[in-house]
Each structure stands twice: as structure tokens, then as C-alpha cells.
Design a protein around this ligand. Sequence first.
Ligand SMILES: [Zn+2]
Ligand SMILES: [Zn+2]
Length: 102
Amino acid sequence: MCGGDAIGRCRDCRKLYCRQHGRVLCEACRRSHRVPMTLLAAVGTFPTATCALVGVLYKALNQNVVGPLGVAILIAAALVTVAAMMVVWRHPEGLAHAERFE
Ligand SMILES: [Zn+2]
Ligand SMILES: [Zn+2]
């Protein structure tokens, strides 16, 4: 496509890609996957992280989910979510990267 040596074939559209323009997916497919995959990671990670933290801190919370600890949990879950989104943004081709956070 750009004249470079092809190193692989896109998993989705089967187009050849070179070292600069693809990894598992070609550049166009990476771009089209990126936003939905990142949103998916956010939707999947945030509730999971929140539930996990609430589970871990259940005793400390003492059912006071609106207290400072509840806010801290939401902030921590948001940070985990942002981290997961950044990983997926950089690696839209690999679900395995995102699943590590779930
Ligand atoms: Zn290329
Ligand atoms: Zn492709």
C-alpha cells in the first residue's frame, strides 16, 4: 500500500500491511476499532472495578457508600478505567490487553 515490505495481513479486511502501518490489524481497521473498543473497555471496566473495590472494602464501608470512602472507590475505579482505556487505545487489536483489567 505504501511501498514498504508487507509483514502481515489484517485480521479483519485481509489487506497486507507493512511494519509501519499495521500490527494484527491494518491502519484503517485499527482506527475504526479504536473508539468502539475504547468505549467498550470503559463500559466493561468501570462497573467491574467499582464492584471489586466495594467487595474488598465492604467491611470498611459499613454500608456508608456515600461517605468519603465511597467517593474514593469511584475515583479509584475511574483511574483503573482510564488506564484500561489507554491500553485499548494503543492496542485496539488485542482484547487480551483489555481483559487483564477486568
Ligand atoms: Zn505501509
Ligand atoms: Zn484492515
